[in-house]
Design a protein around this ligand. Structure first.
Ligand code: SF4
Length: 386
């Protein structure tokens, strides 16, 4: 019998809230494979999958871990995610992992990678140097970087994948990306049937599931939610931007919804959909992956292209008929907060209403945010009507 959305969401939430990675341990026992943690935002999951390694998205401890030792490693003016990640490492929650990838998105992650090597010398920790040139040189550089990593992944798992195996893995992740896009597309059309808090959980569960299982969960959820009998209400359609790395607490996302907003586009769990469209599956798989990152990645605070910042955000807001933008960034997140003046300038030029606020992954008080986003939604409904 087909499961209801409630059943699927309950399962997804249980996976997301399980900081001890039980799902990952089970996968390892059943398959004999290895597992590698991937810090935000993006890691070459296709290479890991082909090497028989489960890529596990690590996004800190959210509101589920008490920081006891983690604070000692970072200054007070640093975001929350590295503290809770260190805490999870020290309390043994991440012990199912056979390695960790730290992408070069900011100084905090760079420093965390160094600390990891000192704290856990027995576990491989890879620093993933991302391209700074978004052209042919960037593709060449990143192909070398990914090839280097692939060799090191193979040493961990004992399996160096062939080019055909790599292309098969890319195909599976292409299906994953297209299912996630289908979910976003359906949410844009009928956000009352596809609430953002549900979609968030179903996508985020994929951080711990193998891609085949995640594809099944996405398909099942999309089909179940499409049959929802929820009725549209007069909410404001908004885009959320700034939450690409440290994730807001689930209750903050629910608070935004309950305050009268339909979130029709966002950058939560951005790694799952950073690459737009399908990645080529003919020819050199590593080069195709590098090229996709350089040529097909979305606008994001940690990516420095020459194009005007905020342009894609404004276009996206218009194409999904959103009426406003919520700039919702983690406290002390340098990339997001340095980006904000540039994107705000683009938003102001476009005339789209916006408001901004900050959070931490363990924020527990939502009333102020509820009042702010609720007032924002009301003002859109009252004063943005033609
Ligand atoms: S939240 Fe921002 S500053 Fe902190 S690790 Fe992520 S990108 Fe870096």
């Amino acid at each position: 019998m087909a499961r209801t959305t409630k059943d699927i969401i309950n399962e997804a939430e249980e996976i997301v809230r399980d900081l001890s990675l039980k799902q990952v341990s089970t996968w390892k026992e059943e398959t004999g494979g290895k597992a590698v943690g991937c810090m935000p935002v993006w890691s070459p999951r296709e290479l890991l999958h082909a090497a028989n390694i489960l890529p596990v998205g690590i996004v800190g401890g959210g509101d589920g871990v008490e920081i006891i030792k983690g604070d000692a490693y970072f200054q007070s003016y640093i975001c929350q995610i590295p503290r809770s990640t260190i805490e999870l490492g020290l309390n043994g929650s991440l012990s199912p992992l056979d390695g960790m990838i730290f992408p070069s998105i900011c100084d905090v992650i760079r420093n965390l990678s160094g600390m990891w090597k000192l704290l856990f010398p027995e576990t491989p920790a890879w620093y993933l140097d991302m391209p700074q040139s978004f052209d042919a040189i960037g593709v060449e550089f990143f192909s070398h970087e990914l090839s280097r990593l692939l060799g090191e992944f193979a040493e961990v798992s004992g399996h160096l994948p062939t080019n055909d195996e790599l292309n098969e893995s890319i195909s599976l992740y292409n299906i994953n990306r297209s299912l996630i896009e289908e979910l976003y597309d359906k949410r844009r059309k009928a956000p009352w049937c596809f609430p953002v808090s549900e979609g968030y959980l179903v996508i985020r569960a994929g951080y711990q599931l193998d891609v085949e299982s995640h594809n099944r969960m996405l398909r099942e959820y999309i089909d179940a939610a499409a049959n929802s009998d929820a009725k549209a209400i007069d909410n404001a359609r908004v885009v959320v931007v700034g939450s690409f790395c440290e994730q807001p607490p689930l209750n903050l996302i629910r608070t935004i919804e309950r305050s009268g907003c339909y979130v029709v586009e966002d950058d939560f769990t951005l790694g799952s959909r950073l690459i737009k469209g399908a990645i080529a599956t003919e020819g050199d798989a590593v080069e195709n992956l590098a090229r996709a990152f350089v040529e097909q990645s979305r606008e994001a605070a940690f990516i420095y292209r020459e194009e005007e910042k905020g342009k894609e955000l404004v276009e996206k807001t218009k194409t999904c008929n959103a009426e406003g933008i919520l700039c919702c960034a983690p406290s002390f997140c340098d990339p997001a907060l340095l980006d904000q003046p540039m994107i705000v300038s683009a938003i102001e030029k476009s005339g789209i209403p916006y408001t901004s606020f900050k959070y931490a992954e363990n924020t527990g008080q939502f009333q102020v945010i509820r009042e702010q986003t609720g007032t924002f939604a009301d003002s859109i409904k009252l004063w943005s009507q033609e």
